[in-house]
Design a protein around this ligand. Sequence first.
Ligand code: PEP
Length: 249
Amino acid sequence: MRHVIGNWKMNGGEALLREFASGLPGECPWPDVRLGLAVPAPLLGAAVRMLPDWVRVGAQNVHWEEAGAFTGEISPALLREVGCRFAIAGHSERRALFGEDDAAAVRRLSGALRSGLTGILCVGESRREREAGRAEDVVERQLRGLADAGEPLDLETGAEALIAYEPVWAIGSGEAARPDQIAAMHEHIGRLSLRFFGTVLPVLYGGSVSGDNAAEIFALNSAAGALVGSASLDVRGLINIASEASRIA
Ligand code: PEP
């Protein structure tokens, strides 16, 4: 099973949702691919209503508490109530632009999982960290945060934890990481997740994935799917990527 997850970031509106919905088949054409779309919070309800049921709607961020004095945050309970099925935690834009640290990312992931949402934890190094030869250490630190949080990866609720390896330098750059770089980091994450959590968590790749490079990314055995930003704003772009994910199963 592969996951192809679109992330609209702070883009889109009901008109785009309508266009998107009209470009999707009523039934899922790929039995081995799960398609998801993370839209801005005000669009979540409309996305659940307008998109076919086989498309999983998700949130771009989530809080760890179910309710409380946390102005501007969104609780996992509310996400469930509007019909969300997954939430992203620790996206590099949250980390770089809004000061979210490893601990917050981990708490957010745990909040999603506790509530029965699929949680996607984003990890990845900056260009400077890669050039300094620290990419593997940075990703280890980000995952260790999850291991050290003392909150078990509560997968017994039926929730699912996915890791998205998203090198910051590849996001929005138009140039994905090379397959050998992706494969090496996926292997590293696989080893770490076995050591920290006793299980190999599925690892997606994100960073300028498009219809043009999806085939070589999915040709990597290690790629359990893709997190797709700009190419997901066009329904045909996301369909092409999902078709490649299914073709190269
Ligand atoms: C992202 O937003 O997570 C992302 C990978 O963006 P892009 O595909 O545009 O690089």
